[in-house]
Design a protein around this ligand. Structure first.
Ligand SMILES: NC(=O)c1ccc[n+]([C@@H]2O[C@H](COP(=O)([O-])OP(=O)(O)OC[C@H]3O[C@@H](n4cnc5c(N)ncnc54)[C@H](OP(=O)(O)O)[C@@H]3O)[C@@H](O)[C@H]2O)c1
Length: 309
């Protein structure tokens, strides 16, 4: 008997099991409370399971993280020593790119200024800028970042990308490593943060680093709040050093009602939904990885806990 155990408070068990079952004949898919024999559990599909969740499953071969972000998983002290994979889902990347495009285009086309003018019934002509004159910096060129950067380049923006290792992506001026970060920031009229949260990226965008952005830059964060010094960001937005921000993620979520960001006209807040896992587009890739693990073969989209993503 081979069992796949499912755990998530956010994702639909019935949807995932219905999508996976046709690809996994011979595998029983069930929730933790339905497991008959813990020794039969060879695979786990989980999002933020409680501490100690994995302990009964001594024969686990593969853990599938039900999302792209793994920061809440890799730091745990109860992780089994088995391959861990994250979702790699083309529709999730497309949904994220859509959010990023919306936020970048909103700034590049001065929409916030028109929204303010409309509230005052004021005809406020600002001559449109050509996209190639707008420098967009994308921090993180992974599954989601590289896709969004390419979509931005297709719109004609001058796109720069920054990552840990050097990348070559057509139409994107790529740089890598901490030594190039200040230059990268100083050339980003619009900055899009798409890094994973790891020990190396936590607090990376400190007050000093935010100060490297051109005066009046726009700031978009769709990755994790803790990558940015939120107090320093708030202060820079109050002073106008950073002109506008679109924030989907925060150092505390939900963002507390008393947080000053809520009341700032130059800040657009969304509740951590820039992109979500889409089972219909991710299930096949998950099933293929489970089949590979069952055959003892290498899996794709592996997460490396020691590097944090
Ligand atoms: N808001 C939402 O709704 C939402 C939804 C899904 C995901 N997310 C967030 O988006 C993040 C990015 O997702 P992804 O799938 O694109 O991640 P990914 O495929 O793991 O790619 C991460 C990218 O960041 C770079 N990176 C990692 N550490 C770095 C460092 N210390 N310095 C410079 N670059 C570094 C990596 O560089 P290398 O290429 O050199 O490895 C890679 O390019 C996730 O981790 C998650 O937190 C948010």
């Amino acid at each position: 008997m081979t069992t796949l155990v499912f755990y998530s408070e956010f994702d639909s068990y019935s949807e995932w099991s219905a999508l996976l079952a046709p690809h996994l004949p011979g595998v029983t898919i069930c929730c933790a409370e339905e497991v008959l024999d813990a020794n039969d559990v060879h695979f786990a599909l989980a999002w933020k399971p409680p501490h100690g969740f994995f302990a009964p499953y001594r024969n686990l071969k593969l853990l599938v993280n039900l999302g792209a972000g793994v920061d809440s998983l890799v730091g745990r002290d109860d992780l089994p020593d088995i391959p861990i994979i994250r979702l790699s889902d083309p529709d999730m990347a497309r949904m994220m790119a859509g959010y990023v495009l919306f936020a970048v285009l909103r700034y590049a086309r001065d929409i916030p200024a028109f929204e303010r003018a409309q509230r005052e019934r004021r005809w406020h002509y600002l001559h449109p800028r050509v996209p190639s004159s707008v420098r967009v910096g994308v921090m993180g060129l992974g599954e989601l970042g590289a896709f969004a950067a390419q979509e931005l380049a297709r719109q004609g923006f001058a796109v720069r990308g920054w990552s840990r290792s050097q990348k070559t992506i057509a139409g994107i001026e790529c740089s890598s490593g901490l030594a190039s970060l200040d230059d990268f920031l100083s050339e980003s009229d619009i900055l899009v943060v798409m890094l994973p949260l790891t020990p190396s990226t936590s607090g990376l965008l400190s007050q000093q680093r935010l100060a490297q952005l051109p005066k009046g830059a726009a700031f978009i964060n769709v990755s994790r709040g803790a990558i940015v010094d939120q107090a320093a960001l708030t202060c820079a937005l109050q002073l106008g050093d950073i002109a506008e921000a679109t924030l989907d993620v925060f150092d505390r979520e939900p963002l507390p009602p008393e947080d000053p960001l809520w009341r700032m006209e130059n800040v657009l807040i969304t509740p951590h939904l820039a992109s979500v896992a889409i089972p219909a587009s991710a299930a096949l890739q998950v099933a293929e990885n489970i089949q590979r693990a069952a055959r003892g073969e290498a899996v794709s989209n592996q997460v490396f806990p020691e590097r944090g993503y």
